[in-house]
Write a protein that binds this ligand. Structure first.
Ligand code: MN
Ligand code: MN
Length: 460
């Protein structure tokens, strides 16, 4: 059955164009003005924006599985929420246990996602151990379509040394992949937490103090130094500060190729949330934390200058009523993370496009095209082009609504965006050419497929 999306404003690679788009056999078959209906099912899209399906570069579903701090969203609920918001592909993080192979993590994450996911998916592979055995696995990962990796400069059990980070960048370069890094100085976080606890400052308002701007900026600078020495581009995930941004822009001014990801929370909320009464601020405990208005403004300027490459959510949902309460008496025991996979498109549309800070083409590039390129899925995904996969969002820019936990698909008891009035909503979503969302409601589930990816496609 073919589908004709009629009279929409297609957000094409060079900008918005009013035209029709036909989908057939799961692919985009035709793009042009006034295409004949020819027996296709018609989706009227007058007044709507038509985007290539949005790709979330950063999610954590079913994390800490089986533990007391397991995330609230699993592969079913998380990808259902993603799809409802217009996200047709997520890149989650596969995490091997210490002493275990990368293959064991890939197998486990596929077991969790295969047959359950409502949108397409792949995984960044987290590297926590580094030895000959792990290094030898990289080519097998490439053959199975895993071409992106993640390392941490903070968190016990995750963090690696500078020397190991350097070796990993060089090894991944041999595969044509890309390594992203959680950039915070782990030693300084530990020292700050110890000081705050010794001073009896145990409530959530201490969290941002233990994750200050300089703690991010130092690690961004160090990560980029390791990459410069390795002679290969890297990704910085969830950039949150003006100072971290300054470090990256300085490296770029010296000719270094690097990529920056940021997240909707750093564009739409500020650190005033840590002054909320009682334990309420725990809803906003994640790392890096919310920042000052000056940081928010700097990130918007960088996005409008095309200096920030991709927008992911870092969706990592913990229920306020249960998991977050683990840190009731000690802020450092609050599981860090927030939900958001459902709301990235409407937030970036409302506060970006509708507010005049970026245009629809910039939104498309940050949410679809550049994620697809950097993570080896382009032009199969990330673009409206003949022959590309028919993962498509018909987005209603006039829809005015209010984000509430009560009405969200995310399987968690709150949203950090509660009560925010937004503009724009995914009206119809096609996944592999099938109508999976209609009128903003999920109508087809379980259509998600693992996406084997190729090498990173660099444009910097
Ligand atoms: Mn992180
Ligand atoms: Mn993360």
């Amino acid at each position: 059955m073919s589908i004709l999306i009629q009279n929409g404003t297609l957000v094409l690679p060079d900008g918005p164009v009013q035209a029709d788009l036909r989908v057939d056999g799961g692919k985009i078959a035709q793009i042009g003005p006034a295409l004949p209906v020819d027996g296709s099912e018609v989706i009227p899209a007058g007044g709507k924006l038509v985007f290539p399906g949005f790709i979330d570069t950063h999610t954590h579903f079913e994390m800490n599985k089986g533990q007391v701090n397991e995330t609230a969203d699993n592969w079913e609920t998380g990808t259902r929420a993603a799809l409802a918001g217009g996200t047709t592909c997520v890149l989650d993080f596969a995490e091997p246990d210490h002493g275990c192979s990368l293959q064991s993590a890939l197998d486990e994450w596929r077991r969790r996602a295969d047959g359950r996911a409502c949108c397409h998916y792949s995984f960044h592979m987290t590297i926590v151990d580094w030895d000959r055995r792990i290094a030898d696995e990289l080519s097998a990962m490439t053959r199975q379509g895993i071409t992106s990796y993640k390392v941490y400069l903070a968190y016990h059990g995750m963090r690696i040394s500078d020397g190991v980070a350097y070796e990993i960048i060089k090894a991944v370069a041999q595969e044509g992949g890309i390594v992203g890094c959680h950039c915070e100085n782990g030693d300084l976080i530990d020292a700050s937490i110890a000081e705050l606890k010794a001073a009896g400052k145990l409530d959530p308002s201490s969290h941002p103090l233990a994750h200050s701007a300089v703690i991010e900026a130092e690690a961004v600078n160090r990560w980029l130094a390791l990459a410069e020495q390795a002679g290969y581009p890297v990704n910085v995930v969830h950039l949150s500060t003006q100072r971290g941004l300054d470090a990256a822009l300085l490296a770029r001014s010296h000719g270094q190729a690097l990529y920056l990801e940021s997240c909707p929370q750093y564009f739409t909320l500020t650190d005033e949330k840590y002054q909320l009464p009682g334990f309420e601020s725990a809803k906003f405990v994640f790392s890096p934390p919310l920042r000052r208005q000056e940081d928010v403004d700097a990130l918007w300027e960088a996005l409008s200058d095309d200096e920030i490459d991709t927008i992911g959510t870092d969706h990592c949902s913990f229920c306020y009523g249960t998991a977050k309460q683990l840190g009731r008496d000690d802020f450092s025991a609050i599981p860090p993370g927030i939900p958001g996979v459902e709301h990235r498109p409407c937030l970036m549309y409302t506060y970006g496009v509708n507010a005049g800070r970026i245009n629809v083409l910039q939104m498309m590039k940050a949410l679809s095209e550049r994620p697809a390129r950097l993570f080896g899925m382009f032009p199969q995904k990330g673009t409206l082009a003949v022959g590309s996969d028919a993962d498509i969002v018909v987005f209603d820019p006039e829809a005015a609504w209010t984000i509430t936990a009560a009405e969200q698909y995310q399987n968690v008891d709150y949203t950090p965006y509660e009560g925010m009035e937004v503009r724009g909503r995914a009206d119809v979503v096609l996944l592999g050419g099938e109508v999976a969302v209609k009128g903003g409601r999920v109508v087809r589930e379980g259509l998600g497929r693992f996406v084997p990816r190729g090498p990173a496609q660099f444009w910097r």
